[in-house]
Design a protein around this ligand. Structure first.
Ligand SMILES: [Zn+2]
Length: 281
């Protein structure tokens, strides 16, 4: 008898988990948008990395964890792209899941030029995610999931190999910094702080925002509401969202989850509050 009850409970839990997975999958895919064909999306464990073609090669937007370098090389090989075809690497901010194998690319491609904010350059020297500005996880449910991920991956320590900029790198010195004449494609860098104090969004063809972690399409079912799980200050995040809404772009190409329409930010703005976050530090 006990055994039957145990089996029934076990099956019930299984069905609940299955229903939850289906719900998660469907809720995170609402209102997604396919990027234009010329943009190559490379999917890593948590991070999306983008390749945008230019005249003589590609611009790479961000990279992933250091341990994912071989996967990156495999992606390039499968697409017949040489690492030397990457002419520029644009960085949205300094976090470990966006800069992990930067040094490895530079070691194999010395002519590549890094495009980054002055604040990102300073933080990259330190080799770890900046924790001096405080901040936290968007709500208690997501905080619990975050801690579970930490327990399952003890090697995850928010560090990365430090990068020291060189003379040929390009520093974004002002807001709305136009990179068009340098890259040969229509690309403007704007300061979009809040997730981190060095966050930059790159606007492509006045329509697509490569926003790094300013917004995400991940764990919306758990109340993320299109914000990234961690933010230094959600109110500053929302000020940055307003900047994107005001300049009338239409697509958010996020580093976490599928690309989506800007209307989702308009609908989700102010849904989370700084008072609800769970402080990490
Ligand atoms: Zn980040």
């Amino acid at each position: 008898m006990k055994r039957r009850i145990f089996s029934a409970v076990f099956i019930l839990i299984g069905l609940l988990v299955l229903a939850l997975i289906i719900h998660i999958k469907s809720s995170d895919n609402i209102n997604t948008i396919e990027l234009p064909e010329e943009i190559i999306v490379l999917k890593f464990e948590f991070t999306n990395v983008f390749l945008v073609p230019i005249n003589d090669g590609y611009v790479l937007i961000d990279n992933a964890y250091e341990k994912e370098y071989n996967l990156f090389l495999n992606y390039l090989k499968n697409k017949n792209i040489s690492i030397k075809d990457i002419k520029y690497i644009l960085l949205t901010h300094h976090h470990d899941d966006h800069v992990g194998f930067l040094n490895k690319i530079v070691a194999e491609n010395e002519s590549v030029r890094i495009v980054l904010a002055k604040e990102t350059a300073e933080l990259l020297r330190k080799g770890k995610n900046n924790m001096e500005n405080g901040g936290g996880i968007v709500n208690p449910t997501i905080y619990t999931l975050f801690r579970i991920k930490q327990m399952l991956t003890p090697s995850w320590n928010l560090t990365f190999p430090p990068y020291i900029i060189c003379e040929s790198d390009i520093i974004i010195v002002e807001d709305y910094f136009d990179l068009t004449s340098i890259l040969g494609i229509n690309l403007v860098a704007i300061h979009t702080l809040g997730h981190s104090s060095d966050s930059t969004t790159f606007i492509y063809n006045e329509k697509i925002a490569f926003c790094g972690d300013l917004a995400s399409n991940f764990l919306n079912w758990a109340g993320a509401n299109y914000s990234t799980l961690f933010n230094e200050d959600i109110n500053i995040v929302y000020e940055s969202w307003k900047k994107l809404i005001d300049i009338k772009i239409d697509t958010i190409a996020t580093a976490h989850g599928k690309s989506f329409h800007i209307k989702n930010l308009e609908n989700s703005i102010f849904k989370n509050s700084q008072s609800n976050i769970v402080k990490l530090f």
